[in-house]
Design a protein around this ligand. Sequence first.
Ligand SMILES: Cc1cc2nc3c(=O)[nH]c(=O)nc-3n(C[C@H](O)[C@H](O)[C@H](O)COP(=O)(O)OP(=O)(O)OC[C@H]3O[C@@H](n4cnc5c(N)ncnc54)[C@H](O)[C@@H]3O)c2cc1C
Length: 395
Amino acid sequence: MRNGHVEVAVIGGGAAGLMCAMVAAARGRRVLVLERANRVGKKILMSGGGRCNFTNTGTGPENYLSANPHFCKSALARYTPWHFLELVERHRIAWHEKELGQLFCDESSKLIVRMLLDECAKVGVRIETECDITAVDVADDGRFCIDSRLGRTTAERLVVASGGLSIPSMGASGFGYELARQFGHEVLPTRAGLVPLTLSGKHLERLDGLSGVSLEVEASSGGASFRNAMLVTHRGISGPAILQVSSYWQPGDALRLDLLPGEDALALLQQWQRQRREAELRTLLSETMPRRFAQRLCEHWLQSRPMKQYTPAQLQQIADTLAAWPIVASGTEGYRTAEVTLGGVDTDGVSSSTFESRRVPGLHFIGEVLDVTGWLGGYNFQWAWASGHAAGQAV
Ligand SMILES: Cc1cc2nc3c(=O)[nH]c(=O)nc-3n(C[C@H](O)[C@H](O)[C@H](O)COP(=O)(O)OP(=O)(O)OC[C@H]3O[C@@H](n4cnc5c(N)ncnc54)[C@H](O)[C@@H]3O)c2cc1C
């Protein structure tokens, strides 16, 4: 850096910012990363239970929510999970596939941060941590002026990679959205995604003491369905199926939870009535779901009797309850525990190939700050890598 001037300044040393910085510097650009936290990549470190679910081999545009579902296509096609995997293997990081194409580190997410830092160091990226930015402006010559504890830094290109609002204790801020608005960009309403749902009143009381119980469900809301585990928590419900559907659910929306996913509930009940006439419903349900959960269902939502005693209409009623458990979510746990932020900088104002602003030449937005949000399962990091890579090639 000469006289506080760089070619590319990147705000935010997270997944997208570090990828962008290393790609740009490898092309010979002088790059400075400004990170407000005391270290870069904090979300990478805490991700995937400390093992970082760094990509998903099944990544496609259909795994993302955005007001413009086409926006993510170009970058995802140009930088695929296989490109990132090649980088991981080059750094000899052992990995494994969990369910559904999700790739995790065998050892620790620290290795992913180490890999990104090594790549950045190799090509001379300068990284400054504990660097809160106080103001950004554009000078008459089109250069960006960035004020921070480093004094005034000028840059020909400014990349905003400051992420979303989730986990404020990790450095998350609304800074990227404010900057976008300052430069005339539209910011679509934000809300917490991939987040546990809360219950209240009788819905919560009826599950009292079941915290930690987990069962497979199919959770549906807002036109999306996910079949995976649901976990009862102290405040409501969580687990992969619930986290996934939370991104499609808004307060007041219907939430459908099928407690016998993949089963025709009525056919199963009729079969039990034919073949296990003396057995009680509670006992039979305990064979398909955790016993404590089945008992609770029968205390509050169903009446347990020997199967032979139910009329056809009653069997239908039970089947309906099992296929669409009538539970009403009151809200979400919010940004404190959310993995991602839905909404953000409107993609209409940004090029899908270079991630450059259509309003301010030289300004780029990448990663989660944009209105592109992935499902649970490595899709969010793949978006960070792909958008960071595309911008890194363009700046
Ligand atoms: C607990 C948790 C677990 C997760 N696990 C996974 C997972 O396993 N797989 C997956 O794909 N996704 C996971 N995610 C989501 C994933 O971490 C994010 O989608 C991804 O990190 C977004 O990358 P980003 O670079 O856009 O933002 P971030 O990684 O959030 O980086 C943004 C950076 O900008 C910095 N910053 C913010 N404001 C400023 C400012 N004013 N000045 C300077 N710097 C600033 C922040 O401190 C941060 O370092 C998880 C998220 C959480 C919270």
